[in-house]
Design a protein around this ligand. Structure first.
Ligand code: SF4
Length: 210
């Protein structure tokens, strides 16, 4: 059974108090945001931003990235994990946007999910931060782990957790919620050793109290 809404809203309130400026932006331009988000999979944001900056200095538009050779893209992003797969993916995304969307990132979930290698997490980030549209909640590793620990969801997949959070939280907070959980996961609710004794959510947390 889902946690009750009042408790979820209390958690939201406390997170907002603790992380009032949570707004993780990998890039401002919509296309660059999409590509940087794809690059960020299993990579720290600091490293993603560094590599993305290098990439966008050379190939910052769909046209330029689509026209670059795979070898050149690979050598530009080789400092990040899974760079070969990511190089192929971002070139293919750029090509699709260039050829089918007139060089513009599509603004709907349905169209974004058709792009090669783009899943709901990436689409939610692009829609939320690039277009200001709240269509879902991006579930990354922090959001997944912490939502389950808190008892906001018992879902076993990112999609199930996302659905539960969407039922519990006001729509206008969806994009920010992920960012706050990321900050909380980096500083307190770490994957290996969560610092429950110093956590401002410990009275409400099922993991700690369970
Ligand atoms: S009490 Fe512990 S498990 Fe719960 S949110 Fe805080 S750090 Fe994470």
């Amino acid at each position: 059974m889902l946690m009750n809404r009042a408790k979820a809203l209390k958690i939201l309130e406390l997170l907002e108090k603790k992380y009032p400026n949570a707004n993780i932006m990998l890039a401002r331009d919509k296309f660059q945001l999409l590509i940087a988000t794809v690059l960020s999979a299993q990579t720290a944001d600091k490293q993603t931003i560094k590599v993305a900056k290098k990439l966008f200095q050379k190939y910052g538009t769909p046209e330029k990235l689509a026209g670059a050779s795979l070898k050149k893209i690979e050598s530009t992003i080789k400092e990040i994990g899974l760079y070969k797969i990511k190089a192929k993916r971002i070139k293919s995304i750029a090509k699709t946007i260039n050829e089918h969307y007139n060089g513009k990132v599509p603004a709907s979930m349905e169209e974004l999910l058709k792009l090669p290698g783009v899943g709901r997490k990436t689409a939610n980030i692009v829609l939320g931060k690039g277009f200001g549209k709240q269509e879902g909640i991006a579930i990354d590793t922090h959001a997944f782990r912490i939502s389950r620990r808190l008892g906001l969801s018992k879902g076993k997949t990112a999609l199930a957790v996302e659905r539960d959070l969407m039922e519990l939280l006001p729509k206008e907070k969806w994009t920010r919620f992920t960012d706050m959980l990321i900050l909380h996961g980096r500083s307190i609710c770490k994957a290996q050793k969560p610092k429950c004794e110093e956590c401002f959510l410990n009275e409400l947390c099922e993991w700690k109290n369970g």
